[in-house]
Ligand binder design. Structure first.
Ligand SMILES: Nc1nc2c(ncn2[C@@H]2O[C@H](COP(=O)(O)OP(=O)(O)OP(=O)(O)O)[C@@H](O)[C@H]2O)c(=O)[nH]1
Ligand SMILES: [Mg+2]
Length: 335
């Protein structure tokens, strides 16, 4: 796949200064972008300076989170929506957050991405990200990758996550707009409630509307939404799509643009951006603190010893964490 990074590509850019590298990223140079993303994902020493510089070049992209149950058709839908934005001349970035199977131990790249047509397109950049191994959390990592794509000139950045856990829900929420994908006949309306997904949806999409039960699900959603009506400025629309044929895709794009226009100036939109920024700041602080401690003390052997101590009730976890913080010079938790 063209978007995957190879060691040779990294070496290719080794001669660049940080300034040249940043310049290339902002010019949309794919190799520079790939290197930037890898650098940020592995949190290598150059990533901090890079992110600081890119922050001032970013801020123009419309980020759209799309979440839903495994196999709901997110990737199929995304390919169609992205193609529509490409038709309008927009540059598109796609981050596919790939739930790492505990059995395979690594992300199965490409397997879950049904975007062959787009992967060779000049104006589209697709990147897969593993859920596991993101030191400091998935949401900050995804946010950083989105920032790079934004700085690189992507007008729209999509983040696809499987809506199974809190992490994924958080990732979907970091976007400017969150699309929740449901499919008929899966008891999704109940699932959505459980995962707290109802609250984060700006738009509902009933995909696989060619299947029986789409109207029923639509009615159920309408009832649920009418309960919250009047409380918010924006009532999430419910759209029906058949991602495989492209039915309903242009309507979805229209709604996405409507939402964008509605939230750009509104107080609800401003509140959301403010809340997102607050979360981001706190995440970053948490990540920085974690890494300061982690570098010195996250040795698996040492952690293993602590675990044994706690299991045997020789020590309590609170005082161990206190001690780790103190040794790292972060200070005491209970100051
Ligand atoms: N009948 C029908 N099938 C669909 C539709 N949309 C997607 N599919 C099929 O559903 C399957 C899963 O589609 P994906 O796009 O990979 O779903 P996903 O949500 O991205 O899946 P994960 O990333 O693995 O969670 C594929 O076989 C698609 O062809 C639809 O509207 N109708
Ligand atoms: Mg997918």
């Amino acid at each position: 796949m063209a978007v995957l990074l190879s060691r040779a590509i990294c070496d290719d850019l080794m001669g660049d200064s940080l300034e040249q590298w940043i310049e290339k990223v902002c010019a949309g140079d794919r190799r520079a972008m790939a290197k930037a993303i890898s650098s940020v994902e592995s949190r290598d020493p150059s990533s901090g300076a890079l992110l600081r510089a890119l922050f001032h070049k970013a801020g123009k992209a419309y980020t759209i989170g799309i979440t839903g149950a495994p196999g709901a058709g997110k990737s199929t839908l995304l390919e169609k929506v992205a193609t529509e934005y490409r038709r309008l001349g927009k540059r598109v970035g796609i981050i596919a957050v790939d739930p790492t199977s505990p059995f395979s131990g690594g992300a199965v790249l490409g397997d879950r991405i049904r975007m062959q047509a787009l992967s060779t397109d000049e104006g589209t950049y697709i990147r897969s990200m593993a859920t596991r191994g993101q030191l400091g959390g998935l949401a900050p990592a995804a946010r950083n990758v989105a920032l790079i794509l934004d700085a690189a000139g992507c007008d729209v950045v999509f983040v696809e996550t499987v809506g199974v856990g809190q992490d994924e829900v958080e990732v979907a929420r970091l976007a400017d707009a969150t699309v929740v994908l449901l499919v008929p006949g899966m008891g999704d309306e109940v699932q959505a409630f459980k995962a707290g997904v109802m609250e984060i949806a700006d738009l509902f999409v009933i995909n696989k509307a060619d299947r029986p039960g789409a109207e029923l699900l639509e009615r159920q959603l309408d009832v649920l939404l009418s309960v919250g009506e009047g409380r918010n400025e924006w009532r999430p629309p419910v759209l029906k799509t058949i991602a495989t044929t492209g039915e309903g895709i242009s309507e979805l794009c229209e709604e996405l643009e409507k939402f964008r226009a509605a939230t750009e100036q509104s107080s609800a939109g401003q509140n959301r951006r403010r809340e997102n920024t607050r979360l981001q700041l706190l995440e970053l602080l948490r990540q920085s603190l974690f890494e300061r401690v982690a570098q010195e003390q996250m040795d698996p052997k040492r952690i293993g010893d602590y675990v044994e101590d706690i299991l045997a009730r020789r020590r309590d976890p609170h005082s161990i964490v206190e001690e780790m913080m103190e040794v790292s010079g972060v200070g005491s938790v209970h100051t």
